[in-house]
Design a protein. Structure first.
Lengths: 291, 764, 160
């Protein structure tokens, strides 16, 4: 299973990369970790004339606290995110999603930016970015722009990033105060894409009222999803009065365009979604209450 | 003892077929049909041939006429068989059917060129559903005249009909197993090297049966057998898929001499999942009649098997084995069976570890359903009906004569290892908390070591070299079953020499005598017989030489630790090196009648048609009713394979088979859509169990020797036979409060939830 | 397509070759370096038989292009034992019957070597999760898990 031939560039700056992309348009494709792209090329499910390897661009690497956000360079590997104490403290949801990504060999090559730009609705990072209202830094021939996560994912494996643009970094807002975070996934085997998953962030006031919360859904649509009805039901309520099962049910009902495939129907996925949201909510709330 | 294979395999110095270095070798890639059934109107190869580095693009017209005769030794030249054109000729019959062969300087170039081959297909109506194939208008093989390959059935006697009609309880279900496959970690592969000067062929292959491949190739090409050499060094798993030459292998055997160059084909994973063959796709209406105490009165199975378009080999006898073995190790007084094998426009059926294992799946699942319906504990129901040691030999009602097995004993051992009563109490407590634990057992009996046809004999050559070191030559065919190690052990024991002094040469038809290969769980017993008979010749010769030299009686000479000593006088002895020195360098000093040298060959013939093996598998699980996830807790196997040549090897074989069986129930599915497109052709979709899904496997051993050499029995296939029903029964037991009946596999989490809440099947 | 010159250190030795960009690191090692211990079980990044160390990190060499390894350090199964013997990981696989056909074995041995370098004292769950990216069809993982446990225990004993 060998890929069709392609040309190869290894630029060392983001601007250089964008230049190559602008020149070749659709015929060129960004190569980051390659853990999603290279299998597709090997299976000849996709063909590109040219791969632009962004793995040598230092400016895409890094994990930095910038004010009340945590910036992670698009080229930062999942493994680097997994090891980072900074991520663990400033963006626990990102840290806790990471060990669920595939397997250690995948995480040693796969990148945070690659996962978000590839936008698989069953992947972890897109749902975390959406849940935390992250913002994506995109560089194009016309310059830089920042896109809010809510506007970033446009459909199955598609985002607003144009063929001549490059995702440069992602800023995750830092939640402070009495917070709790949890990621719960259900997959056929450890490391498989989730059949349904939930990422939950919750912040409590001193009075145990839910100040704010975010519920992100994995694998429940053609993009990562939020669960607005579930979030609305919990926000402002006394946390002890929030029924975790109800949050799960509401979140599952929020999902639109739920897939049906070999692993199960949409109805089955809603049932699993409700269960994982309930579990994630319960864990997140437990953590927040301890804070 | 550490395996002799391990040092090279652990350091990456094995030689698998893709590792073989042949100067000038060209690489092959098949163009394959994207349709389940289509007429082939034309194949345009011009654009593909023009790619630089492409040597040839071959079609049926180029290759197929080269076939002289093709038949597998086990079937014979007159046996019924599916016509198998090497490349598809005029019609493609499954998605993946090879239509053209590209040969190029690299696999990369071959794949590039394959994309440029333009085949003009005219799609035809395809037969996909095997349960309705016999009624379909379309024919998979026009010339066969029907989609029924064959049927073997015993008509039900009036008495049997009456028994079922009047029994206190009849359990009756349709049990269905999904298609899954062997999926060895190394896919198929072959390198064919023609010698242009002599017309001889050397073939390197990933095969379980090098001699069978040599014979097949010799007939295929009309080249005398002794001019063909088949070499199998290391092969990465087979499980039945690599026993017989398949169509792609035939194509390479034809292509290399046709082009006059060495040609290598290494199958990739997508091809392997699409075209190497499928197994297990089958169902049956099964019935058992019981009296009011749960004593079995009769058993009946009406079985149909999906054999795809090109089953290899002809599958009708394996289907009949399902019928004949269905009564299992139970005291069943009356039975009948009907079995049908049908063609469909899907990949052909090939052998996979315990190819008839459906009989155990269906029987053991039915027994548990019957037990629950009758209000009898499933273990108790088995206790009442399993054969006891003192009842053997026992002929089952279909003529299968079991002996030297211990079905009830293995059940009791497994149940004791679990602590069955304690588990039931644990289960009850968990239910109160809303957690669902379950326990399932399965007991089976299996015919190993087939004693008929080409399988009935096995030869060894042992050479004690002039320095006293030992080489043992045996046909081989190990794709992981450790027969290098076990043959070395057997030889060292038989000659009384240290293991380090013995080496083995296997898998090369130029230097080993004919052997049918590693199949049918035959290697343990057959190699033991071959080594025993060969070593006996040498032991006698050594004793005679030593007795003559030391003026002792031959029967007083003992062999141990590389020495031949006179009993009672340990200082009176010779090392094996000294004996060899006499045998090779002082022939005139040997006793009269004793030949020079220390080399011997013998061919052992199996005494029995089968050597029966048995085991009980027991599994506990927890089911998450929200998601349908099944988590296996404990897994216990009580097995009786007789005395063990190497306990590690035995347990390893059981473990591998059991995990394949677990995979078959919970994860693996070789699936097709309604149009006959395979939808699980990568490891993203065809799910194998990983280290996170498997339980720790616990073993109990019971030793009932067989009448064969050493008392050994075959153990290679049992895990894949016993495991699936143990898992199914555990899940069914866990969900018994919900009144579900499990009769259809796989048990994916979705299917488990659908049993609890059928509304999830609705599309909306 | 134009070929690219790539320079990689493989098992401590410098290698230089002209390669098509599409050549995977796995094929480069097997074909250009004649190191056939790294096996191809799927070529789409699931089975782990092709696992090698890239700058010390375990990666699927079928999902790395040879050109991506430019200037880097690759260790294959052939390069683990430096004195012609077996490493403790390899020895443990042997002692615990952690291999049968051996096809998946190099991938497991490399993965285990890297995994224990990162985490010398994994519990059973951590071991299983770390191995979940390597498929074995022969052993049912029993001997493999026993081998890893035995290495962990032995190293702990030696450390204390």
């Amino acid at each position: 299973m060998k890929a069709a031939p392609f040309a190869y560039d290894a630029p060392t700056t983001p601007e250089e990369a964008v230049g190559v992309l602008a020149e070749h348009g659709d015929a060129a494709k960004v190569l980051a970790g390659g853990q999603s792209l290279l299998p597709m090329l090997a299976l000849r499910l996709a063909v590109f004339d040219r791969l632009v390897d962004v793995g040598r661009i230092g400016a895409l690497q890094g994990i930095e606290r910038r004010g009340d956000a945590l910036w992670i360079g698009a080229g930062t590997t999942d493994a680097a995110v997994e090891r980072s104490a900074e991520v663990a403290s400033a963006a626990p949801l990102v840290a806790r999603a990471t060990p669920l990504i595939g397997h250690l060999q995948i995480r040693n090559r796969g990148t945070l930016g690659g996962s978000i730009a590839h936008a698989d609705p069953a992947a972890e990072y897109p749902a975390v970015a959406l849940a935390l209202d992250a913002s994506m830094d995109v560089l194009g021939p016309g310059g830089r722009r920042t896109v809010a996560a809510a506007d970033f994912f446009t459909g199955l494996w598609s985002t607003v990033v144009e063929p001549d643009e490059l995702l440069v970094g992602v800023s995750f807002p830092v939640w402070s105060g009495r917070c709790g975070f949890a990621v719960e996934e259900f997959a056929r085997r450890h490391g498989d894409f989730a059949i349904a998953g939930a990422v939950v962030a919750v912040e409590l006031g001193g009075d145990d009222g839910v100040r704010r919360c975010a519920v992100g859904l994995i694998g429940m649509g053609s993009t990562p999803l939020r669960a607005p009805t579930a979030e609305k039901a919990a926000t402002g309520a006394a946390v002890g009065g929030v029924d975790a099962d109800e949050i799960g049910r509401l979140a599952a009902a929020d999902a639109v365009g739920v897939p049906s495939d070999l692993h199960g129907t949409a109805g089955y996925r809603r049932r699993v979604c409700a269960a994982v949201v309930t579990r994630a909510w319960t864990k997140a709330v437990e953590e927040a209450r301890r804070g | 003892m550490p395996r002799v294979e391990d040092a090279r395999l652990l350091t990456g110095r094995g030689t698998y077929v893709d590792d073989v270095l042949v100067p000038g070798v060209l690489h092959a890639c098949f163009v394959r049909s994207p349709f389940a059934r289509a007429a082939v109107r034309g194949v345009e190869v011009g654009e593909a041939q023009a790619v630089p580095g492409v040597r040839a693009v071959l079609t049926a017209a180029d290759l197929n006429p080269g076939v002289r005769e093709q038949w597998h030794t086990s079937i014979g030249p007159q046996g019924p068989e599916t016509a198998r054109p090497p490349l598809a000729e005029g019609e493609v019959r499954f998605v993946g059917d090879p239509v053209a062969l590209v040969v190029a300087e690299s696999r990369h170039l071959a794949e590039d060129a394959a994309d440029l081959v333009d085949v003009d297909y005219e799609p035809l109506p395809a037969v996909i559903d095997y349960t309705t194939a016999e009624q379909a208008d379309a024919l998979v093989h026009e010339a066969h005249g029907s989609n029924l390959i064959g049927t073997i059935a015993i008509p039900a006697s009036d008495r049997l009909t009456e028994t079922f009609a009047s029994a206190a309880h009849v359990a009756s279900e349709t049990i269905r197993q999904q298609g899954y496959a062997a999926v060895p970690m190394e896919a198929r592969g072959i390198v064919v090297v023609p010698d242009p000067a002599t017309g001889d062929l050397t073939i390197y292959a990933a095969t379980q049966a090098p001699h069978e491949w040599r014979l097949f190739c010799s007939r295929l090409l009309g080249i005398p057998e002794h001019r063909i050499r088949v070499v199998m060094r290391d092969t990465g798993g087979g499980f039945g898929q690599k026993v017989l030459v398949q169509r792609e292998d035939m194509c390479i055997m034809l292509a290399a001499p046709h082009l006059g160059v060495p040609v290598k084909w290494v199958e990739d994973r997508r091809e392997n999942l699409m075209a190497a063959g499928k197994s297990r796709e089958e169902q049956a209406d099964v019935r058992m009649a019981f009296d009011e105490d749960g004593t079995i009165l009769a058993a009946d199975i009406d079985f149909v098997s999906d054999c795809g378009a090109y089953p290899t080999p002809w599958p009708v006898m394996t289907a009949a084995a399902v019928g004949a073995l269905f009564p299992g190790p139970y005291r069943v007084p009356a039975a009948t069976f009907a079995t049908r094998s049908v063609y469909t426009n899907t990949v052909g059926r090939t052998a996979y570890r315990g190819p008839w294992q459906f009989e155990t799946l269906a029987r053991e699942v039915l027994l548990d359903i019957a037990a629950r319906d009758m209000g009898i504990d499933p273990v108790d129901l088995r206790r009442r009906n399993l054969l006891r040691h003192d009842e053997l030999p026992f002929s089952n009602p279909n003529g299968m004569a079991y002996d030297n097995v211990s079905p009830l004993e293995t059940l009791e051992q497994a149940v004791e290892m679990l602590g069955y009563e304690a588990f039931r109490a644990q289960q009850a407590a968990a239910r109160v908390e809303g957690r669902y634990l379950g326990v399932g057992v399965s007991t089976y009996v299996e015919p190993s070591t087939p004693g008929y046809g080409a399988y009935a004999t096995e030869a060894a050559t042992i050479r004690i070299e002039p320095s006293g070191k030992v080489n043992v030559y045996i046909a081989g065919g190990s794709t992981g079953n450790s027969i290098e190690t076990t043959v070395v052990q057997l030889t060292a024991d038989a000659l009384g020499v240290p293991i380090e002094d013995v080496a083995t040469i296997q898998g090369d038809t130029a230097v080993t005598g004919f052997g049918a290969g590693a199949a049918g769980s035959r290697s343990g017993s057959m190699t033991a017989g071959a080594v025993r008979d060969t070593a006996a010749i040498l032991r006698e010769r050594i004793r005679a030489i030593v007795a003559h030299k030391l003026e002792a009686a031959a029967e007083d000479v003992e062999l141990a630790d590389g020495r031949a000593s006179v009993r009672g006088t340990p200082s009176a002895g010779l090392t094996l090196a000294e004996v060899a020195g006499l045998a090779y360098f002082d022939p005139y000093g040997l006793p009269p009648g004793v030949p020079a040298g220390l080399e011997a060959s013998a061919r052992y013939t199996a005494e029995a048609r089968s050597i029966w093996v048995n085991a009980t598998h027991l599994c506990t699980c927890e089911v998450d009713v929200a998601t349908g996830a099944v988590r296996l807790l404990r897994y216990i196997v009580s097995e009786d394979c007789g005395p063990m040549i190497n306990p590690n090897v035995v347990e390893g074989q059981i473990a591998g088979g059991a995990v394949q069986g677990i995979g078959g129930v919970l994860y693996e599915h070789l699936a097709y859509d309604d149009a006959g497109n395979p939808v699980t052709t990568t490891f993203m979709d065809y799910l194998l169990p990983t280290a996170t899904e498997v339980p720790v496997i616990e073993y109990g051993h019971i030793e009932t020797p067989s009448p064969g050499p050493g008392g050994y029995k075959g153990v290679g296939e049992g895990g894949a036979i016993g495991a699936p029903p143990a898992v199914v029964n555990a899940v069914a037991d866990a969900l018994s409060p919900f009144g579900v009946r499990i009769t259809s596999l796989p048990l994916s989490p979705f299917e488990v939830v659908a049993l609890l809440d059928p509304s999830v099947r609705e599309p909306a | 397509m134009d070929e690219i010159v790539v320079e990689v250190r493989v098992n401590g030795a410098p290698r230089r070759a002209q390669v098509e960009p599409r050549l995977t690191l796995a094929d480069f090692l097997r074909e250009r370096c004649r190191l056939t211990g790294t096996h191809l079980g799927c070529e789409h990044g699931v089975c782990g038989a092709c696992t090698v160390l890239l700058d010390g990190a375990a990666v699927r060499s079928c999902l790395v292009l040879a050109v991506q390894a430019q200037g880097r350090e690759v260790t294959t199964v052939e390069g683990l034992a430096t004195d012609g013997g077996l490493t403790d990981v390899q020895q443990a696989f042997r002692d615990c019957h952690g291999l049968q056909c051996g096809f998946c074995t190099p991938g497991f041995v490399v993965t285990v070597t890297a995994m224990l370098a990162d985490d010398p004292a994994p519990d059973d769950t951590a071991v299983r999760e770390a191995l979940s990216g390597n498929l074995c069809r022969c052993t049912g993982y029993q001997g493999i898990l026993a081998a890893v446990r035995s290495v962990v225990d032995e190293r702990a004993k030696e450390a204390s």
